[in-house]
Design a binder for this molecule. Structure first.
Ligand SMILES: NC(=O)c1ccc[n+]([C@@H]2O[C@H](COP(=O)([O-])OP(=O)(O)OC[C@H]3O[C@@H](n4cnc5c(N)ncnc54)[C@H](OP(=O)(O)O)[C@@H]3O)[C@@H](O)[C@H]2O)c1
Length: 317
């Protein structure tokens, strides 16, 4: 089968299209013919081994996982004899979690992984743009226990995680202020933001406004400066926190008037099913910036790593 393979960490050009062996499903797995995947910040980090700690999990000198791509939408080609939920011909979408391997024509996945039926009202391209940002934002928003009419600020509101966070916070009834650059103002309004702060014109922490929840998806402003805008007993989500911010967050939560939520998420079936239901109810939609065929995977990675994509970059197989 065709796949985008990388055998060393580095620039987008390390990704090469090759023929590799088609996988065979185990008893508890489905064999999926992938129609679409996406380039997410997680793929870029793994390709570059950034941060360095990536190497401790995925290979010190060279990657142990040679096919990137963590999200997928496609059709079940066959199912192992123990599989109950899915059958050949079903359209499904989801996330591979730490396995990766979705930049390929086929992938085998356990049926109890982060996979569910694709909503009938969206395409495979749209479905592939949902799980990365969607599940990340959902994980953190659930932890913050957002309630109706709370004031929520989302920094990096036009990215994959941010655009999902805006929509999810709205679905929980929050009053959402989105922080983005000038060219993304219309986008964030179109997905539900009640107010917008253009970070090229003013910093959110200089407006005097206080928020019940600040969801910082990009980590471009220091924690201490952001705290100026957090209401008493407010919660701060730092989904892009490095080790320093995680330690700061822990200290603030222990000693301060605020709760700081950080950490690395994992993907479970319940979250992807939750998003599916939201999509079918018309309350959540894919935000797609560009679509590339897998043959242009290096160009797609080059664009994504500039850090200014609008939502998601879809890869068609
Ligand atoms: N904790 C976890 O488990 C977890 C899971 C997934 C992702 N992440 C992390 O989350 C981060 C974001 O991921 P992503 O996929 O959403 O990234 P992304 O799609 O590349 O989006 C980045 C966004 O940041 C915005 N941005 C850049 N500079 C900004 C600034 N100064 N102020 C406000 N917005 C700014 C950009 O918008 P403009 O074009 O308007 O600048 C862009 O839309 C990454 O660091 C990723 O590693 C963590």
């Amino acid at each position: 089968m065709k796949a985008a393979v990388y055998t060393r960490y580095g620039s987008p050009e390390v990704l090469r299209i090759k023929q590799v062996t088609k996988p065979v499903p185990k008893d508890n797995e489905i064999l999926l013919r992938i129609k679409a995947s996406a380039v997410n910040s997680g793929d870029v980090r793994l390709r570059k081994a950034d941060p360095f700690a990536v190497r401790f999990i995925f290979g010190l000198l060279k990657p142990k996982v040679n096919i990137l791509g963590s999200v997928f939408s496609g059709e079940v080609e066959s199912a192992g004899k123990g599989v109950r939920q899915f059958k050949a011909g079903d359209s499904v979408f989801g996330h591979t979690d730490m396995r990766f391997g979705a930049y390929a024509e086929y992938i085998c996945l356990p049926e109890d992984g982060s996979v569910t039926f694709k909503p009938a009202n969206i395409s495979h391209n749209e479905a592939a743009a949902i799980p990365f940002g969607g599940v990340t934002a959902l994980h953190f928003i659930k932890k913050a226990m957002i309630t109706p009419n709370q004031k929520v600020l989302i920094v990096g509101a036009s990215g994959a995680v941010g655009s999902a966070a805006v929509q999810l916070a709205k679905s929980y009834g929050a009053i959402v202020t989105a922080v983005c650059s000038t060219s993304n103002i219309d986008l964030v309004k179109s997905i539900g933001a009640d107010k917008v702060i253009d970070y090229t014109k003013e910093y959110f922490n200089e407006t005097g406004e206080k928020y019940d929840v600040i969801f910082d998806t990009v980590n471009t402003i220091s924690v201490s400066r952001s705290l100026k805008s957090l209401a008493k007993n407010g919660k701060m989500i730092l989904s892009a926190a490095g080790m320093l911010e995680m330690m700061q967050g822990l200290w603030i939560s222990i000693t301060g008037r605020w709760k700081v939520i950080t950490g690395v998420i994992s993907h479970a079936a319940a979250d992807i099913v939750f998003l599916k239901n939201l999509i079918e109810a018309g309350k959540f939609k894919a935000v797609i910036d560009r679509t590339y065929p897998v043959e242009q995977i290096a160009e797609a990675h080059g664009y994504a790593e500039k850090g200014h994509k609008k939502g998601n970059i879809v890869i068609t197989m």
